[in-house]
Design a binder for this molecule. Structure first.
Ligand code: GLN
Length: 191
């Protein structure tokens, strides 16, 4: 196989455009995903922020839950941000062993910014939170990467990485770069 890997960005609703731009800037091929056919042959998947109730309805309307789960179970790396984190949890797509708490930081605190240390990054990540969830509970295979006031806001399970904030809005490209490294590793392992 040759050429750039192709990653999908779920584009039913929400902030998919900024993700797509960042991934293209990093050299990936990007396909916006709106129907099951759009998932064919993807090497990885990004679930953006937005509104998880609207996204859930869109996924049901388009019949995307099953094919999306199949792609993830086949081992395609995933990056979920904010509402994307919620979509992956036990109560939504059920692809990650986490329970997300929506709007966890309180309704009055719609947005805030802070710097977070990640175990595998030298410099802190500047994190923009917008009506963000946190991870209320998680299983033993989930590694917590960062927390705010003791509440997990970034985690990894296998090749699925989730963050409760919006790296795509602060010009923070390292998490997307790590995601693409995983995608490329998987593509080359598959030959
Ligand atoms: N509050 C939104 C929800 O519960 C998520 C916010 C976001 O993605 N920025 O779906």
């Amino acid at each position: 196989m040759s050429g750039a890997p192709v990653v999908g960005v779920l584009a039913l609703q929400g902030g998919f455009d900024a993700h797509a731009r960042m991934l293209r800037d990093l050299g990936a091929g990007v396909r916006e995903v709106r129907t099951p056919a759009d998932l064919d042959g993807l090497d990885g998947l990004v679930l953006p922020g937005g509104e998880s109730t609207t996204m859930t309805l869109g996924i049901a309307r388009e019949g995307l839950a099953e094919p999306l789960a199949a792609l993830v179970r086949s081992g395609a790396p995933v990056l979920g941000t904010c509402a994307g984190l919620i979509m992956l949890d036990r109560d939504h797509l059920g692809l990650m062993d986490i329970a997300a708490r929506r709007n966890a930081f309180g309704r009055q605190l719609h947005s805030f910014e802070t710097d977070l240390d990640f175990p595998d990054l030298d410099e802190p990540v500047h994190a923009v939170f917008i009506r963000a969830p946190w991870i209320e509970d998680h299983g033993p295979d989930v590694a917590i990467l960062a927390s705010v006031d003791g509440h997990p806001v970034a985690a990894r399970e296998g090749d699925i990485t989730v963050v409760a904030f919006h790296p795509e809005l602060s010009g923070e490209h390292r998490l997307h770069a790590q995601f693409l490294d995983r995608v490329r590793a998987r593509v080359s392992a598959a030959g």
